[in-house]
Design a protein around this ligand. Structure first.
Ligand code: KG4
Ligand code: ZN
Length: 353
């Protein structure tokens, strides 16, 4: 039976994230804010394979979910019955990994008789800067830069998103990860290549800036990865550490210049003065420095999520769920037949007008 319920406001929402290689659980209270959040990263397990192994990811989510739930309940002092609704990442992401989070969340909802809400992972990222102590107000331009996505959006409110531009091929995080792999760096490649780039000489190599001068706000990063491959191949003998650092530097400089230029173009096109950076690549220090310098010069403000909420986490899912439920309490239902959406375009998420 499927019926909607009235939910008393304020409310406490449990968030469950399991779309890729991080298991995240969190409790968000619409009055008191984030009560507790707990995260387990599988990075060390996947590292030896050079990337995420979906089957291993799913199995590990099973192992972690309940202990993390117990952790957030203990930390917050909240009893299970005090949870008003459960929000879980419904997509996009790895099908098996999503199914684990969805089944844990829905099983818990069924046992506790709580309403459920499937949340879009990218909506979680988009709204994550609002968890910071000095959050941006609407409207703003958001650059969503993760392992799977690179999008520029105009955000007018919760559930009010319009796409301004996106990558035509690889995502920025994917370019980081693939280039890092070509350089023999570990997984995930973003932080590794970024650290190495600090030691690189920017004058040695110049890589292309894909679509820098295109008249739109789209991106393309697969050529950049190919350019890294070409440079690596030129070194027929063993590539030395300094050369690796020089290539890493050329890669980061090119990618950051393109991301910055497109952000500036998006601010100009929309006439907005607030820019929000969300997703794992938002943790990148070179990108942050470039954006901060531009913001000072051009008088706009740039907002980042707290570093711990840049990459995948349960807090952003609990928060996105809570924000949706504040607007429409009927969005959560006592319906426990879940269906995950591994490929779920953000423009298909239910918009709030
Ligand atoms: O948002 P996220 O945790 O997961 C997805 O939804 O994809 O983003 C993960 C991506 C990976 O590609 C990782 O290499 C990248 O974010 N990343 C970074 C940094 N930290 C994480 N890229 C560049 N610099 C970083 N410091
Ligand atoms: Zn993510």
């Amino acid at each position: 039976m499927r019926h909607s319920l009235p939910i008393a406001l304020p409310m406490i929402v449990l968030g469950v994230e399991s779309s890729c290689d991080e298991t995240g659980l969190a409790l968000y209270d619409t009055e008191r804010g984030l009560l507790a959040h707990a995260l387990y990263s599988q990075v060390a397990m996947h590292e030896q394979y050079g990337g995420v192994v979906p089957e291993l990811a799913s199995r590990d989510h099973i192992r972690r979910a309940i202990p993390l739930l117990q952790q957030v309940l203990a930390e917050s002092g909240i009893a299970r019955q005090d949870i008003d609704a459960i929000a879980y990442t419904q997509g996009p992401g790895l099908a098996g990994a999503l199914l684990v989070g969805a089944s844990v969340a829905c099983g818990l909802g069924l046992a506790l008789d709580k309403p459920m809400l499937g949340v879009h992972h990218l909506e979680g990222h988009l709204l994550s800067p609002l968890l910071a102590s000095d959050p941006p107000s609407f409207p703003f331009v958001a650059l969503l830069v993760s392992g799977g996505h690179t999008q520029l959006m105009r955000v007018d409110g919760v559930g009010q998103y319009s796409l301004l531009g996106e990558t035509l091929d690889d995502a920025a995080g994917e370019a980081f990860d693939k280039s890092a792999k070509l350089l023999g760096l570990g997984y995930p490649g973003g932080p590794a290549i970024s650290r190495l780039a600090e030691f690189g000489d920017p004058s040695v190599y110049q890589l292309p800036r894909p679509m820098l001068h295109s008249k739109n706000l789209d991106f393309s990063f697969s050529g950049l990865k190919t350019a890294v491959l070409t440079l690596v191949k030129k070194h027929t003998t063993n590539i030395c550490e300094q050369d690796k650092a020089n290539i890493a530097r050329a890669f980061v400089d090119a990618l950051v210049e393109v991301l910055l230029a497109k952000c500036l173009a998006a601010l100009k096109q929309t006439g907005l003065k607030r820019l929000v950076i969300a997703g794992g690549v938002g943790a990148n220090q070179q990108l942050r420095s470039a954006l901060n310098a531009a913001a000072e010069k051009r008088r706009f403000r740039v907002y980042y999520p707290e570093l711990e909420f840049c990459t995948d986490n349960g807090a952003m899912i609990a928060f996105a769920g809570a924000m949706r439920l504040q607007i429409n309490p009927q969005a959560a239902q006592r319906s426990y037949a879940f269906n995950v959406r591994p490929r779920w375009p953000l423009n298909e998420v239910e918009l709030i007008s």
